[in-house]
Design a protein around this ligand. Structure first.
Ligand code: SF4
Length: 364
């Protein structure tokens, strides 16, 4: 075992700490203030310090009485993430490997678009879903992230952007982990970042993606949130989807489509189907035809993702011409389709690659 592996293992074994204050919704923080004999408006002040002024110490919250600052310090921590690796692509995409308090590591990506800065956050250390094309699932699930550890990723990247006078304008929950496998913390995170006194990121600028945990799709539809919703589909038939995504055995495609229909009817919102193109596997015209049949009549959009070569897995890229042919075949059926712009292809861009490379102990 390498020396760094021993150090991080020791950190995990000795890691006990107060809860992260980033994990509290404003309402929870107000309730805590009242319990402590404080006025609820103190919670709003704390929120402003955390999310607008982005301080990393309670002692910096100078408009709070000293006794309250000490009390906060006794009960909570302000989660700070240690940057282990930071990569910047030629196109401006930045990928971070952050270390958590217990030594585990997570990835966060900042993407630069014409319309603003988008951040892709991680919801779990590792993942137990086992998609065959994904490096994030190597080594399985280590633990769920708390809402505050997800929010801390946004705060950390926003702090980096503060130096350039820019802001995070949208969030995609598509990093390491299956968000619906950590549902309660995910919902809390969404409330925290969406809150006007929090990071104030509009619901319509936040996208959550799932591999298809069906009961949670129904639950999410009933939440009444205006968040964008995406399904990692990647295959148009049950047989092919099971080969690519073992979750399809537990939650088969026909049932998944029923849940998607329920979501659209309940929310009136459009669903995005993420479809990764894997050379020679799911990228033929017959697959496009099957996909068109599967989603016909649905209020939806297909996002084609030319998948990078994943060294840990044996998938290869779909040739450029084939990508366009696939897109044309869908368009012929009137399907709303886009091809995801490639970003960060000169860094470890695919989800989980950087962690797999840098943290071998966690991913085997
Ligand atoms: S694609 Fe998402 S759900 Fe599937 S293994 Fe990777 S992180 Fe987990």
């Amino acid at each position: 075992m390498e020396k760094t592996d021993i150090i991080t293992r020791n950190k995990r074994e000795t890691a006990t700490r107060n809860p992260s204050i980033y994990s509290l919704t404003l309402e929870e923080l107000q309730a805590w203030m009242v319990e402590q004999g404080e006025k609820p408006f103190r919670a709003t002040q704390v929120y402003e310090w955390l999310y607008q002024k982005r301080v990393s110490s309670f002692s910096d919250m100078t408009n709070l009485p000293k006794a309250l600052r000490e009390k906060l310090d006794d009960h909570f921590v302000i989660t700070t993430l240690k940057t282990l690796v930071q990569q910047t692509s030629q196109d401006g995409t930045m990928k971070f490997l952050f270390e958590l308090h217990d030594g585990y590591s997570i990835e966060t990506v900042l993407m630069r678009h014409d319309y603003g800065n988008s951040i892709c956050v991680t919801t779990q250390v590792g993942c137990r879903i086992g998609c065959t094309f994904c490096a994030s699932t190597l080594g399985g699930l280590k633990r769920h992230l708390e809402a505050g550890e997800i929010a801390a990723q946004v705060v950390k990247v926003q702090k980096a952007l503060d130096e350039q006078g820019e802001r995070v304008s949208s969030i995609v929950v598509m990093g390491i982990g299956e968000p619906f496998d950590n549902y309660d913390e995910l919902i809390k995170f969404l409330k925290i970042v969406n809150h006007k006194k929090g990071l104030n990121i509009g619901a319509r600028h936040i996208t959550v993606s799932t591999s298809g945990i069906i009961p949670k799709i129904y639950q999410f539809a009933d939440e009444g949130m205006q968040i964008n919703f995406a399904i990692s589909l990647h295959a148009p038939t049950t047989e092919l989807r099971t080969k690519l995504m073992p979750i399809n055995k537990a939650y088969p495609l026909p049932k998944l489509m029923e849940a998607v229909r329920y979501y659209i009817e309940k929310t009136g919102r459009r669903v995005t189907f993420e479809y990764g193109l894997f050379g020679g596997v799911n990228d033929q015209i017959e697959h496009a035809e099957q996909l068109a049949e599967l989603i016909k009549g649905l209020k939806c959009h297909v996002n084609l993702i030319p998948v990078n070569y994943v060294p840990e897995r044996n998938y290869v890229r779909t040739p450029r011409e084939q990508i366009f042919a696939f897109e044309r075949a869908l368009k012929k059926h009137g399907i709303n389709v886009t091809i995801r712009r490639e970003q960060g292809h000169d860094i470890d861009a695919a989800c989980g690659q950087l962690r797999a490379k840098e943290r071998k102990e966690e991913t085997r």
